[in-house]
Design a protein around this ligand. Structure first.
Ligand code: RUQ
Ligand code: CUA
Length: 656
């Protein structure tokens, strides 16, 4: 298994050189820029002022830790939803209400690396309720509520290192999964890195999603050999009940992985029968492992997040649970694993291979029934490659990464090294079309393109390198998305637009599904925040020792109170600001001179809290940061801070 074959040593070299290659591509592209038919492309992406886009597209922010929401086909940026990273624009992670969302067993973590947005599904179709996204660095999964476009929950993953193969869903979002990219000692312990092989382990988490409230919890984990688990996709239709994960580093090397993890001709796709796993759980055939993790949930009525600490997790050992895990040999260091809309084909995008390997679900089941195994790996049966392979796509491209589907029997695969998307036919495996991307495409996205019923009208290529596509902005260029019309036989590039952070993956959904569920305000009468102020008459300041609670309201165009005295240096001042507005799109902001904090941006009917510890005596202005009305500039007030022990009586006033 350990012989170097020239073809893929060359491929590794090509991978490493990919960025350099794009330099040549870049020059080619400047000549290509005129190649598109500008007026027909413009017409296809033109959404007239005042009109709505056809699709919402959700793009991961990668190292920005956020999700950005775009309209398609216009490429208009609609919103950036803060998820794993603090965001001063919205006070996210700065106000007291959202801070708990970023708590972990390692403490408060204000950043993560977000890769894969995944829409919740009902019957294998995106239902517009939730968007899940993974945090790769400190393993977490977030759930965004699409009625508010706010992060509603973040769950930490125990026994994991690098949550990359995540958070892919099952047909009815029974589960979203989370596989560990970096194997680690499980349970965590202080040991020599050189003892990796056989000692480090991977874990595949099955996170249950409560059908009514969306609440997530780790239902169980499958303990796996110490490979790297890269990506995943759920079975659908006939393969519903299975989840597929790619692996690389089946060599179990712990250093210089670029070479050492590229030795084996084939790595595996791990096929997990999660329905069977669930049966084992119900029969009690699990071990309870000590492992601490946090679940942070935002309560929409209380307008605040709370953390729950879990100390145990249920773990299945596949060697004691036959029928749960099988390995499908797949060339070579496969990255994406994608399941076609019928659930019949499992596509392994072997990044060090020129061709794509397609496995047949039916053949896999047959081979399992025949107990036709080639081998085993740590007690897990390995199927024969020839028994499960359905076909090979002779792509002509280099470095396949990801595949999506149009629902018309066609598949579209990205090739990182050769910077292109190749369209091919499921079943005959013939290549139908290919288009260049600018440059080094990673994921691609077709609205609903990993579901049972894709909207096969557009395809978006998410490119890693931008080079000459936009006006230069110094050494750092925005990453780039490219929109293609795929409604005809030939793919046609119609738009380029910059993205925020690194959009690893994206998902899109027909706009009306989400629009019709969208919230306009939070009803004030339903506000159960412990520090809500429901009318101006209740506005006040309370002081207990050095803790000051300011119960404040906002309405166009003033704060109540707007003159505050009686605070002294050393106090901890909590401004609990309730926005009394009940009109769509009328948030108010709140900020104070010298606050070591971001602003608040309070939605209609919501309460948010800013903590300030004044360091100096003086009179400090506060004001509204969101231009809310003709008299927005008048929406301001003063706060007097006295030296310690020198404060006058509390004053909370809007008049003499
Ligand atoms: S990745 S370019 Cu999904 Cu993080 Cu493939
Ligand atoms: Cu309220 Cu500006």
């Amino acid at each position: 298994m350990k012989s170097f074959k020239p073809i893929w040593t060359m491929l590794i070299a090509a991978l490493l050189l990919a960025a350099a290659c794009t330099d040549t591509n870049a020059k080619k592209s400047s000549e290509n820029k005129g190649a598109i038919n500008k007026s027909s492309a413009a017409e296809k992406v033109y959404v007239a002022p005042g009109e709505y886009d056809e699709f919402y597209a959700f793009m991961s922010g990668g190292f920005s830790g956020q999700v950005s929401v775009y309209g398609l086909p216009s490429g208009r940026l609609l919103k950036v939803v803060p998820v794993f990273s603090v965001d001063g624009e919205k006070g996210y992670g700065f106000n007291e209400e959202t801070k708990p969302l970023l708590e972990t067993s390692h403490g408060f973590i204000p950043w993560d690396d977000a890769h894969h947005p995944e829409l919740s599904q009902t019957n294998g179709k995106p239902d517009g309720k939730y968007l899940f996204i993974n945090g790769n660095n400190t393993p977490r999964v977030a759930r965004i509520d699409l009625s508010t476009f706010e992060t509603a929950e973040i769950i930490e993953l125990p026994n994991a290192g690098g949550n990359h193969s995540s958070p892919f869903t099952t047909e009815n979002s029974e589960y979203v999964v989370a596989g560990t990219r970096f194997s680690v000692p499980i349970p965590q312990t202080d040991m020599s890195i050189a003892d990796y092989k056989g000692k480090f382990k991977g874990s595949l988490s099955f996170i249950s999603v409560d059908p009514e409230h969306g609440h997530m919890d780790v239902d169980f984990q499958v303990l796996m050999p110490g490979f790297d688990y890269d990506l995943a996709h759920g079975g659908k239709g006939k393969s519903h009940g299975w989840m597929f994960f790619t692996t690389y580093n089946t060599e179990e090397s712990h250093t210089l992985k670029e070479v050492n993890a590229s030795q084996n001709d084939k790595d595996y796709i791990a096929a997990i029968n999660w329905k069977k796993a669930k049966e084992y759980i119900e029969q009690g055939k699990y071990k309870e492992m000590d492992s601490e993790y946090l679940i942070n949930r935002y309560d929409e009525k209380k307008h605040l997040a709370e953390s729950i600490t879990r100390k145990k997790v249920r773990v299945l050992d596949p060697t004691e649970c036959p029928g749960v895990v099988y390995f499908l040999p797949t060339p070579k260091s496969p990255h994406g694993v994608d399941v076609d809309p019928t659930g019949s084909y499992i596509i392994g995008n072997g990044k060090l291979n020129a061709n794509l390997t397609v496995h047949s679900f039916d053949k896999m089941i047959q081979a399992i029934e025949n107990k036709s195994f080639a081998d085993e790996a740590y007690g897990i049966p390995v199927l024969n490659f020839e028994d499960v392979v359905a076909g090979t796509v002779e792509s002509g491209g280099l470095g396949p990464l990801h595949t999506e589907f149009d629902g018309e029997g066609n598949a579209y695969t990205t090739f990182f090294i050769s910077s292109e998307v190749v369209k091919w036919k499921l079943g005959t495996w013939e290549v139908l079309d290919r288009v260049p991307t600018y440059y080094s495409v990673g994921h691609l996205m077709i609205p609903g393109g990993d579901s049972k019923e894709p909207w096969g009208k557009y395809m978006v290529a998410l490119n890693k390198i931008t080079k000459d596509r936009y006006l230069p902005t110094g050494p750092e260029l925005a990453h780039s998305a490219q929109l293609y019309d795929i409604s005809g036989d030939k793919m046609e590039l119609i738009l380029d637009f910059p993205t925020i952070g690194e959009p690893h993956y994206a998902q899109a959904i027909a706009a009306d599904i989400v629009m019709n569920r969208s919230k306009k305000i939070y009803p004030l009468e339903e506000n159960e925040h412990p520090h809500v102020t429901k009318s101006e008459a209740d506005a006040r300041v309370e002081k207990n020792g050095n803790e000051v609670h300011v119960y404040m309201t906002t309405i166009r165009s003033h704060f109540a109170p707007d003159n505050i005295e009686g605070i002294e240096v050393g106090d901890k001042v909590y401004f609990h600001v309730t926005n009394l507005e009940q009109d769509w799109d009328v948030p108010h902001g709140f900020s104070v001179l010298g606050a070591q904090n971001a602003e608040l941006l309070i939605m209609p009917g919501q309460t948010e809290t800013l903590l300030w510890e004044p360091l100096k005596p003086g009179v400090f202005p506060f004001y509204c940061t969101d231009f809310c009305s003709a008299l927005h500039q008048e929406m301001q007030g003063y706060l007097r801070v006295s030296a310690k022990g020198n404060a006058p009586a509390i004053l909370a006033s809007t008049g003499d």
